[in-house]
Design a protein around this ligand. Sequence first.
Ligand SMILES: [Fe+2]
Length: 274
Amino acid sequence: MNDNRPIIIAHISDLHCGSQYHIPSLATRVADEINELKPDALIVTGDLTDMGFRQEFEVARRLISRMNVDRVMVLPGNHDARNVGDMHFEELFGSRSTELAFEGVRVLGLDSSEPDLDNGRIGRERYRWIEERFSDPDEFKMVALHHHLIPVPGTGRERNIVYDAGDVLRVLANSGCDLVLCGHKHVPNVWRLESIVIVNAGTACSYRLRGKTRASYNIIELHPDRVKIVLKHPFDKPETVADFRRTIKRECAWRPDAELREEENPDTSGVWTS
Ligand SMILES: [Fe+2]
């Protein structure tokens, strides 16, 4: 990590290209601001489209391509999983779950969408993989997904956290995860749970808004000793909304030796015999 300049991650979400509420002038403004910011990475936490249609994904790809950032992670949201939109997503953006690693930071991007459902899940089949990818105790560990991991105020009736949120939180806490990025309900928010900072982004460039929120995105600053979350409304000044001391954690849930021993001596105590 460079001592003079923090690692900067731009976090945008819920572009909703194709929606009547998508505002192209806001979208180009966000792209211009991000180009001026010159972040080390750009993370887009889903809902690129409104209905998962091909032409909406193409607009989203053109918009994201305008942002001159070397490392880009793009994840699908529930709107992108409508109408078999995941097929177009994979053709235009690649894998629905992906990973970035740079300068001591590791980001796991998890597709939390389900075909034609607004609800989301991570799924227990991925827990082991998360633990394994977070096996380096010295890395700053991040997860990005579309749906909420814990409830967010000002989002109405709660139906937005992933089905397996409790189990995912346990996996992340045990693996020493530092930061989680989410989108989904267009309400920016920061929580800290245990020592995990959980950040939601608003909608970057649409008028699909709740209450008095405005279009916004987040800038994450990783300093050697601090994590700052900066809220940015297009055209307005940036506002630091959270500033946490970095907790150095060395937890790691993955035990490859234990896994090998299990394979050598499989536990058959739970196997029924007749
Ligand atoms: Fe969403």
